[in-house]
Each structure stands twice: as C-alpha cells, then as structure tokens.
Write a protein that binds this ligand. Structure first.
Ligand SMILES: Nc1ncnc2c1ncn2[C@@H]1O[C@H](COP(=O)(O)OP(=O)(O)OP(=O)(O)O)[C@@H](O)[C@H]1O
Ligand SMILES: [Mg+2]
Length: 361
C-alpha cells in the first residue's frame, strides 16, 4: 500500500480548522481545531455555557462560524445549509411532531426528500427495528414515554443515514435507569450502523461510558482531547482534572529539577524553575496507619484522618496534614477493615507516576 493511500485513510471524516463563534461582543467559541475519525464515538464534555451546543450547531450548519472552516469527508461544508450536509442532529428536546405517528415522524425526512412510498416504508421498518420500536409504529407521539420518544428522535435522524450523527444531550431528560439503558442502546446502534457519533453531554460518567474519544471544553475553549482513560490519568489542566473526576491539588516550587511540595514531599522532576501544580487522583493514594510505618522515612505525608465516608463501593477519606494541607484518598471496598478510622494517625504516599503536573490555573 502506498504512503499516499495510507495517509488518505488516516484523513479524519470531520475536520474543524480555527473555527470560532462570536455573538456581538461575546465569544461563544474561541478558535478551535478538531478532527473526528470515521467510526469514532466522540463525547464533547463541559459545564453549562461552555459552547458545546454551539460547536454542534456549527458542525450541523445551524450556525455560521465567525472564522475558520469545516470539512466533512474531504469536502468544505462551511457555507452549506444543514440539509446539504451529510449530518443529522438529535436535539435535546427531541423536536418531534406531536400529531404524527411514530412511523410518520421517522419517515418525515424521506417524505420531504420525495422518496417512493415503498422505499420509505422499508426504511422506516428497518430503522424502527434498529431502535427496537417496531411495535409502536402506529402510535401517536403523545402516547409514548420519554424513553420511547428519545428512540423516535434517534430513528428520525438515523433513517437519513448521516455520515455523522450529532447528539445534543439526548439523554438529559431521562431518569438514571433509563439513561443507562439508552447508553447501552446507543453503543449498540453505533456499532451496528458503523456510525460516527458526536455526542454532547455535561455528565462525566456518560461521556466515559460511551466515548472512545473525549473532548473536554471550558469557557469556549477545548482544554483537552484524548481517549477517556488518558484524559483521566493525565489531565493537562487543573480544570480537566477537577471536571473529570475527583482530584487532589498539590502546589509547590521547582528548583534545579527538584520539586518541593507545600505539603512536604520532595522529588526529582524536570522542568523550569518556579511555582508548580500537580494533581493526584484519590484512588492512587496509598494509606496506612502510621504505626505500620517502616523505620526509614517515607516519601509521602503523615497526617490524621479527618473524615471517613463509606460510599458503598468504597470509602472516601480526608486526611489532614500539618499546616492544614488536606488529601482525599479513595479506597475500594475490600480494604475497609484496615484499622482506618477518624482521628487515627496515618501515612499516605503514592507511586512517582501518580502525580501529574498541570498548567497554571
Ligand atoms: N444565539 C445566541 N446569541 C447570543 N449568545 C448565545 C447564543 N447562543 C449561545 N450563546 C452563548 O454562547 C455561550 C455558549 O452557549 P452554548 O449553548 O453553546 O453552551 P452549552 O455548552 O451548550 O451549554 P448547556 O450545557 O447549558 O447547554 C453561552 O454563553 C450562551 O449564552
Ligand atoms: Mg447546550
């Protein structure tokens, strides 16, 4: 295979280059670059107002960018209206036609596109089967539960066979159990259709359970892109470390390749001199009663257990060290009996690679 063909295969299905969006004086999206590969499931994760829907609307063509360009399958779609783009969007409020049946809603796009009755009939049946709603084809929308309406909205977008399916918080209105069931369904549908999905959520758990590619946004900027587990283990910024999971923040100073944390420990760490910030995931912290300490000094911190909360699947422990420094420790369930309780002296430490340096806040 030639290099050129191989390079062609690696070409992303969707590419945003320096795309930004201003509304008057306000910037909803600072210039961003984003590439999405064919067959991926991308989650856009971030707090309310950070620009997630804006980003999705720009991809779908409902909003025009202030700068930059958008390419899908090698074609510049920046100036194309939504109907001319190979994308389809599932909206948070579903946007179904309440007076039509399930089948009429699902077939709507094809009806508008003037496809034959037989083609519409076939594709509606096939798509309803895909979202497991065959039995409800003739039902009016008003006679459906929230989860069923969600499936209709999904079917209505999928029937158009978009190259990229855009989903804006599609599960936000569902209760926890239904949401989890729909997450499983979405994963199945993604696989069965060989689809490329871009999914917006502000729910970290949902992003992690669905996506193979995670985009974390904050205040109109992309803070990090990567595989969910990589983003979790190696957050690039303080924001990412705090938004994606629980975290400890350790500040310190680096001088000539040695970092001294304010909470005590010193360790070798290459980088420029000056103030530094490290994050440490609570489940990577090791903890033991101080009386079990080896006689040699340990690399970590000694302190007192301030609080111990049982969480069902584990425990969350707050340790207070001298000068008020606090550390959160998470232990899995089997380790409850380790003689840990509020008030006892403990030693905490961690493996060298558990610490991740992050950019200044
Ligand atoms: N049509 C508009 N006119 C002016 N400002 C807008 C418009 N649409 C969005 N904004 C602003 O742009 C910013 C990003 O909005 P956006 O809807 O993309 O956020 P979001 O991340 O989807 O938030 P949420 O999680 O609440 O849905 C917000 O400050 C919002 O007020
Ligand atoms: Mg939104």
């Amino acid at each position: 295979m030639s290099e050129a063909i191989r390079a062609g295969e690696a070409e992303p299905l969707l590419r945003l280059s320096a795309v930004s969006k201003r509304y008057g004086a306000a910037t909803a999206l600072h210039p961003i670059d984003l590439a999405v590969t064919k067959g991926s499931f991308t989650a856009i994760l971030g707090p309310s107002g950070c620009g997630k829907s804006t980003l999705l609307r720009l991809i779908a063509g409902f909003t025009e960018p202030s700068t930059g360009s958008i390419e899908i399958a090698g074609r510049d779609v920046t100036r194309l209206v939504p109907e001319k783009r190979p994308t389809n969007m599932v909206f948070q409020g579903y946007g179904l036609f309440p007076h039509m049946t399930v089948a009429e809603n699902v077939g709507f796009g094809l009806t508008i596109a003037r496809r034959s009755r037989s083609e519409i009939g076939e594709r509606v049946a096939e798509t309803l089967a895909l979202v497991r709603l065959e039995e409800l084809a003739g039902r009016p929308i008003q006679a459906l539960s929230g989860g069923q309406q969600q499936r209709v909205a999904l079917a209505r977008a999928l029937i158009m066979r978009p190259l990229i399916l855009l989903l804006d918080e599609p599960l936000a209105a569902l209760d926890l159990k239904l949401r989890q069931a729909m997450q499983t369904e979405l994963r199945r549908i993604h696989k069965e259709t060989n689809g490329t999905f871009v999914f917006v959520t502000h729910d970290q758990g949902e992003a992690f359970s669905l996506a193979d590619n995670l985009v974390v946004m904050n205040e109109g900027r992309i803070e990090q892109i990567g595989r969910p587990q990589d983003v979790y283990i190696r957050p690039k910024t303080l924001f990412v470390s705090q938004f994606v999971g629980d975290t400890n923040i350790l500040e310190g100073t680096r001088r000539s390749g040695v970092v001294e944390l304010a909470a005590g420990p010193r360790f070798a760490s290459a980088g420029p001199d000056g103030k530094v910030t490290f994050v440490l995931r609570p489940e990577t912290v090791r903890i033991r009663p101080a009386q079990d300490l080896p006689s040699s000094p340990i690399a970590g911190i000694t302190g007192t257990i301030e609080e111990l909360h049982l969480l069902g699947d584990g425990a969350r422990i707050t340790v207070t060290a001298p000068e008020g420094h606090q550390l959160i420790v998470r232990l899995p369930n089997p380790r409850f009996g380790d003689g840990l309780a509020p008030g006892i002296r403990v030693a905490v430490d961690w493996a060298d690679d558990a610490l991740t340096e992050v950019g200044a806040p």
